[in-house]
Design a protein around this ligand. Structure first.
Ligand code: 6CS
Length: 313
Protein backbone atom coordinates (compact mmCIF):
# COMPACT_ATOMS: atom_id res chain seq x y z
CA UNK A 1 0.00 0.00 0.00
CA UNK A 2 1.04 3.62 -0.51
CA UNK A 3 0.57 5.93 2.48
CA UNK A 4 0.45 9.68 2.00
CA UNK A 5 2.07 11.85 4.69
CA UNK A 6 1.97 15.68 4.66
CA UNK A 7 3.81 18.09 6.95
CA UNK A 8 4.09 21.84 7.54
CA UNK A 9 7.75 22.32 6.73
CA UNK A 10 10.32 21.70 3.99
CA UNK A 11 12.10 18.37 3.53
CA UNK A 12 15.29 19.61 5.26
CA UNK A 13 13.52 21.20 8.23
CA UNK A 14 12.73 19.37 11.48
CA UNK A 15 9.31 17.98 10.47
CA UNK A 16 10.84 16.89 7.17
CA UNK A 17 13.67 15.07 8.92
CA UNK A 18 11.12 13.31 11.11
CA UNK A 19 8.98 12.34 8.12
CA UNK A 20 11.95 11.03 6.12
CA UNK A 21 13.07 8.85 9.01
CA UNK A 22 9.50 7.56 9.43
CA UNK A 23 9.36 6.70 5.70
CA UNK A 24 12.72 4.96 5.82
CA UNK A 25 11.65 2.82 8.81
CA UNK A 26 8.24 1.91 7.38
CA UNK A 27 9.72 0.95 4.03
CA UNK A 28 12.55 -1.08 5.60
CA UNK A 29 10.15 -3.03 7.80
CA UNK A 30 7.07 -3.57 5.61
CA UNK A 31 5.87 -3.66 2.02
CA UNK A 32 4.22 -0.27 2.42
CA UNK A 33 5.47 2.84 0.70
CA UNK A 34 5.29 6.36 2.18
CA UNK A 35 4.82 9.34 -0.10
CA UNK A 36 5.92 12.62 1.49
CA UNK A 37 4.25 16.00 0.89
CA UNK A 38 6.25 18.94 2.29
CA UNK A 39 4.89 22.43 2.95
CA UNK A 40 3.46 24.08 -0.10
CA UNK A 41 2.61 20.92 -2.04
CA UNK A 42 -0.91 20.42 -0.63
CA UNK A 43 -1.72 23.78 0.94
CA UNK A 44 -1.43 25.34 4.38
CA UNK A 45 -1.59 23.56 7.76
CA UNK A 46 -5.38 23.88 7.89
CA UNK A 47 -5.68 22.25 4.46
CA UNK A 48 -3.53 19.22 5.22
CA UNK A 49 -5.43 18.66 8.45
CA UNK A 50 -8.73 18.58 6.54
CA UNK A 51 -7.21 16.15 4.06
CA UNK A 52 -6.06 13.87 6.88
CA UNK A 53 -9.46 14.00 8.57
CA UNK A 54 -11.21 13.11 5.34
CA UNK A 55 -8.81 10.26 4.57
CA UNK A 56 -7.17 11.76 1.48
CA UNK A 57 -3.99 11.69 3.56
CA UNK A 58 -3.10 8.83 5.91
CA UNK A 59 -0.62 10.85 7.99
CA UNK A 60 -0.26 14.50 8.90
CA UNK A 61 2.06 16.63 11.00
CA UNK A 62 0.16 19.62 12.34
CA UNK A 63 1.31 21.77 15.26
CA UNK A 64 -1.03 22.59 18.16
CA UNK A 65 -0.57 26.18 16.99
CA UNK A 66 -3.12 25.32 14.32
CA UNK A 67 -4.94 22.38 16.00
CA UNK A 68 -6.03 24.63 18.88
CA UNK A 69 -9.01 25.73 16.84
CA UNK A 70 -10.10 22.10 16.36
CA UNK A 71 -9.12 20.66 19.74
CA UNK A 72 -9.26 23.53 22.24
CA UNK A 73 -7.28 21.55 24.84
CA UNK A 74 -4.25 21.56 22.48
CA UNK A 75 -3.91 25.26 23.22
CA UNK A 76 -2.26 24.32 26.52
CA UNK A 77 1.09 24.43 24.71
CA UNK A 78 0.74 28.23 24.53
CA UNK A 79 0.71 28.95 28.24
CA UNK A 80 4.01 30.88 28.37
CA UNK A 81 6.88 29.48 30.45
CA UNK A 82 5.02 26.21 31.05
CA UNK A 83 7.52 23.96 29.22
CA UNK A 84 11.03 23.79 30.70
CA UNK A 85 14.02 25.50 29.04
CA UNK A 86 16.23 22.58 30.04
CA UNK A 87 16.49 20.23 27.06
CA UNK A 88 16.88 17.03 29.05
CA UNK A 89 13.76 17.77 31.05
CA UNK A 90 11.87 18.76 27.94
CA UNK A 91 12.63 15.51 26.11
CA UNK A 92 11.83 13.47 29.21
CA UNK A 93 8.50 15.26 29.45
CA UNK A 94 7.62 14.48 25.81
CA UNK A 95 8.66 10.84 26.21
CA UNK A 96 6.81 10.14 29.45
CA UNK A 97 3.92 12.62 29.64
CA UNK A 98 0.60 11.03 30.59
CA UNK A 99 -1.17 14.11 29.27
CA UNK A 100 0.31 13.47 25.82
CA UNK A 101 0.16 9.69 25.80
CA UNK A 102 -3.12 9.10 27.65
CA UNK A 103 -5.27 12.23 27.89
CA UNK A 104 -4.78 13.77 24.45
CA UNK A 105 -5.35 10.67 22.23
CA UNK A 106 -9.13 10.44 22.96
CA UNK A 107 -9.50 14.15 22.15
CA UNK A 108 -7.77 13.65 18.80
CA UNK A 109 -9.83 10.48 18.25
CA UNK A 110 -13.01 12.57 18.55
CA UNK A 111 -11.74 14.48 15.50
CA UNK A 112 -11.06 11.32 13.51
CA UNK A 113 -7.34 11.30 14.29
CA UNK A 114 -4.98 8.81 15.86
CA UNK A 115 -2.41 10.86 17.79
CA UNK A 116 0.94 9.12 17.22
CA UNK A 117 3.42 11.47 18.86
CA UNK A 118 4.23 15.00 19.91
CA UNK A 119 7.77 16.35 19.82
CA UNK A 120 9.58 19.65 20.41
CA UNK A 121 11.19 21.66 17.61
CA UNK A 122 13.22 24.18 19.59
CA UNK A 123 13.12 27.36 21.65
CA UNK A 124 10.74 29.91 20.18
CA UNK A 125 12.27 33.33 19.47
CA UNK A 126 10.68 36.59 18.41
CA UNK A 127 11.85 38.29 15.24
CA UNK A 128 10.79 41.91 14.98
CA UNK A 129 11.58 44.95 12.89
CA UNK A 130 12.49 46.87 16.07
CA UNK A 131 14.42 45.57 19.10
CA UNK A 132 12.44 44.20 22.05
CA UNK A 133 13.63 44.59 25.63
CA UNK A 134 10.25 44.37 27.35
CA UNK A 135 6.47 44.42 26.81
CA UNK A 136 6.51 48.20 26.17
CA UNK A 137 8.48 47.58 22.97
CA UNK A 138 5.67 45.32 21.71
CA UNK A 139 3.13 48.11 22.05
CA UNK A 140 1.52 48.69 18.62
CA UNK A 141 3.58 45.86 17.11
CA UNK A 142 1.36 43.73 14.88
CA UNK A 143 2.77 40.36 15.75
CA UNK A 144 1.98 37.30 13.63
CA UNK A 145 0.90 34.23 15.53
CA UNK A 146 -0.41 30.85 14.42
CA UNK A 147 -4.21 30.64 14.30
CA UNK A 148 -4.66 29.74 17.95
CA UNK A 149 -6.87 31.74 20.33
CA UNK A 150 -4.64 31.18 23.38
CA UNK A 151 -1.54 32.28 21.48
CA UNK A 152 -3.48 35.41 20.57
CA UNK A 153 -4.31 35.91 24.27
CA UNK A 154 -0.69 35.33 25.20
CA UNK A 155 0.66 37.98 22.83
CA UNK A 156 -2.07 40.35 23.94
CA UNK A 157 -0.82 39.85 27.49
CA UNK A 158 2.73 40.48 26.23
CA UNK A 159 1.53 43.88 25.04
CA UNK A 160 1.48 43.25 21.28
CA UNK A 161 -1.32 43.33 18.72
CA UNK A 162 -1.53 39.64 17.73
CA UNK A 163 -2.31 38.91 14.10
CA UNK A 164 -3.13 35.27 13.30
CA UNK A 165 -1.97 34.24 9.83
CA UNK A 166 -1.21 31.00 8.02
CA UNK A 167 2.51 30.41 7.55
CA UNK A 168 2.59 31.10 3.81
CA UNK A 169 1.68 34.75 4.31
CA UNK A 170 4.26 35.67 6.95
CA UNK A 171 7.30 36.64 4.86
CA UNK A 172 5.26 38.84 2.56
CA UNK A 173 3.37 40.44 5.44
CA UNK A 174 6.65 41.40 7.14
CA UNK A 175 8.08 42.65 3.87
CA UNK A 176 5.12 44.89 3.14
CA UNK A 177 4.82 46.11 6.73
CA UNK A 178 1.40 44.56 7.45
CA UNK A 179 3.04 42.97 10.50
CA UNK A 180 6.22 43.84 12.38
CA UNK A 181 7.00 40.61 14.17
CA UNK A 182 6.61 36.84 14.38
CA UNK A 183 7.95 33.97 16.49
CA UNK A 184 9.57 30.65 15.57
CA UNK A 185 12.50 28.37 16.47
CA UNK A 186 15.97 29.42 15.25
CA UNK A 187 16.27 26.68 12.60
CA UNK A 188 13.05 27.91 10.97
CA UNK A 189 14.02 31.60 11.15
CA UNK A 190 17.24 30.60 9.38
CA UNK A 191 15.85 28.28 6.71
CA UNK A 192 12.93 30.53 5.80
CA UNK A 193 15.13 33.65 5.91
CA UNK A 194 12.81 35.50 8.30
CA UNK A 195 15.85 37.56 9.37
CA UNK A 196 15.80 39.27 5.97
CA UNK A 197 12.51 41.00 6.78
CA UNK A 198 12.81 41.41 10.58
CA UNK A 199 16.37 41.60 11.79
CA UNK A 200 15.99 41.66 15.57
CA UNK A 201 15.87 38.30 17.30
CA UNK A 202 14.75 38.20 20.93
CA UNK A 203 15.02 35.24 23.26
CA UNK A 204 12.45 35.65 26.01
CA UNK A 205 12.54 31.92 26.78
CA UNK A 206 8.75 31.78 26.84
CA UNK A 207 8.18 28.60 24.89
CA UNK A 208 9.41 25.66 22.84
CA UNK A 209 7.70 24.83 19.56
CA UNK A 210 5.59 21.68 19.88
CA UNK A 211 4.30 19.67 16.96
CA UNK A 212 2.18 16.52 16.60
CA UNK A 213 1.97 13.64 14.12
CA UNK A 214 -1.35 11.93 13.54
CA UNK A 215 -2.91 9.28 11.34
CA UNK A 216 -6.42 9.24 9.95
CA UNK A 217 -8.15 7.15 12.61
CA UNK A 218 -10.29 5.00 10.34
CA UNK A 219 -7.21 4.14 8.28
CA UNK A 220 -5.16 3.37 11.39
CA UNK A 221 -7.90 1.24 12.99
CA UNK A 222 -8.13 -0.75 9.76
CA UNK A 223 -4.43 -1.67 9.72
CA UNK A 224 -3.29 -5.18 10.60
CA UNK A 225 -1.66 -5.54 14.02
CA UNK A 226 1.66 -6.00 12.23
CA UNK A 227 1.30 -2.73 10.33
CA UNK A 228 0.20 -0.89 13.49
CA UNK A 229 3.42 -2.07 15.11
CA UNK A 230 5.45 -0.98 12.08
CA UNK A 231 3.91 2.50 12.35
CA UNK A 232 4.44 2.78 16.11
CA UNK A 233 8.05 1.59 15.85
CA UNK A 234 8.75 3.96 12.97
CA UNK A 235 7.33 6.86 15.02
CA UNK A 236 9.52 5.92 17.98
CA UNK A 237 12.62 5.70 15.75
CA UNK A 238 11.82 9.03 14.11
CA UNK A 239 11.33 10.64 17.54
CA UNK A 240 14.79 9.52 18.70
CA UNK A 241 16.35 10.53 15.40
CA UNK A 242 14.75 13.99 15.52
CA UNK A 243 15.92 14.57 19.09
CA UNK A 244 19.51 13.74 18.03
CA UNK A 245 19.22 15.82 14.88
CA UNK A 246 18.25 18.86 16.93
CA UNK A 247 21.18 18.67 19.32
CA UNK A 248 23.07 21.95 18.87
CA UNK A 249 20.73 23.04 16.06
CA UNK A 250 19.64 26.28 17.75
CA UNK A 251 23.19 27.56 18.10
CA UNK A 252 24.33 26.53 14.61
CA UNK A 253 21.21 28.14 13.12
CA UNK A 254 21.87 31.42 14.96
CA UNK A 255 25.48 31.27 13.72
CA UNK A 256 24.30 30.84 10.12
CA UNK A 257 21.94 33.78 10.52
CA UNK A 258 24.79 35.95 11.80
CA UNK A 259 26.92 34.96 8.82
CA UNK A 260 24.17 35.59 6.30
CA UNK A 261 23.25 38.95 7.81
CA UNK A 262 25.80 40.45 10.21
CA UNK A 263 23.50 43.32 11.25
CA UNK A 264 21.00 40.94 12.84
CA UNK A 265 20.72 41.53 16.58
CA UNK A 266 20.31 38.49 18.81
CA UNK A 267 19.28 39.45 22.33
CA UNK A 268 18.82 37.04 25.19
CA UNK A 269 16.65 38.80 27.73
CA UNK A 270 17.93 38.81 31.30
CA UNK A 271 15.88 37.32 34.12
CA UNK A 272 14.90 40.84 35.07
CA UNK A 273 13.75 41.63 31.53
CA UNK A 274 11.84 38.34 31.39
CA UNK A 275 9.97 39.04 34.63
CA UNK A 276 7.12 41.07 33.07
CA UNK A 277 6.63 38.41 30.37
CA UNK A 278 6.61 35.67 33.00
CA UNK A 279 4.12 37.66 35.04
CA UNK A 280 1.51 37.12 32.28
CA UNK A 281 1.60 33.32 32.65
CA UNK A 282 -1.03 33.09 35.40
CA UNK A 283 -3.56 35.16 33.44
CA UNK A 284 -2.95 33.17 30.24
CA UNK A 285 -3.34 29.95 32.19
CA UNK A 286 -6.67 31.20 33.57
CA UNK A 287 -7.72 32.05 30.02
CA UNK A 288 -6.81 28.51 28.95
CA UNK A 289 -9.11 27.09 31.61
CA UNK A 290 -11.84 29.31 30.24
CA UNK A 291 -11.41 28.55 26.50
CA UNK A 292 -9.49 25.24 26.53
CA UNK A 293 -12.53 22.96 26.22
CA UNK A 294 -14.15 20.52 28.67
CA UNK A 295 -10.86 18.71 29.42
CA UNK A 296 -8.79 21.88 29.95
CA UNK A 297 -8.41 21.42 33.69
CA UNK A 298 -7.48 17.72 33.72
CA UNK A 299 -5.03 18.32 30.85
CA UNK A 300 -3.36 21.28 32.59
CA UNK A 301 -3.19 19.46 35.94
CA UNK A 302 -1.69 16.37 34.30
CA UNK A 303 0.79 18.46 32.29
CA UNK A 304 1.98 20.08 35.50
CA UNK A 305 2.36 16.70 37.21
CA UNK A 306 4.25 15.37 34.15
CA UNK A 307 6.50 18.43 34.08
CA UNK A 308 7.26 18.04 37.79
CA UNK A 309 8.12 14.40 37.20
CA UNK A 310 10.38 15.30 34.26
CA UNK A 311 12.11 17.86 36.49
CA UNK A 312 12.71 15.11 39.03
CA UNK A 313 10.40 16.56 41.66
O1 6CS B 1 5.00 29.36 12.31
C1 6CS B 1 4.52 28.46 11.63
O2 6CS B 1 3.40 28.55 11.17
C2 6CS B 1 5.36 27.25 11.30
N1 6CS B 1 6.46 27.09 12.21
C3 6CS B 1 7.14 25.97 12.26
C4 6CS B 1 8.38 25.84 13.07
N2 6CS B 1 6.70 24.87 11.66
C5 6CS B 1 5.50 24.82 10.87
C6 6CS B 1 4.58 25.98 11.14
O3 6CS B 1 3.70 26.12 10.10
Amino acid sequence: ETWRYAFEEAMDEVQGKFAQKFKEEVEANSDNEVQLFPFGTLGESADIMEQAQSGILQFVDQSPGFTGALIPEAQVFFVPYLLPADEGQLIKFFRDSKAIHELFPPLYADQGLELLTMFPEGEVMMTTTKPIAGPADLNEVKFRVMTNPLLVASYQAFGATPTPLPWGEVYGALQTGIIQGQENPAFFIESTKMYEVANNITRAGHNNFTTAVMANKEFFDGLSDADKTVVRNAIAAAFDYTVDYQSGLTETSLQKIKEARPDVTITTLTEEQRAPFKATAAAVEAKFLEIGGPQAKPILDQMKADLAAAAGN
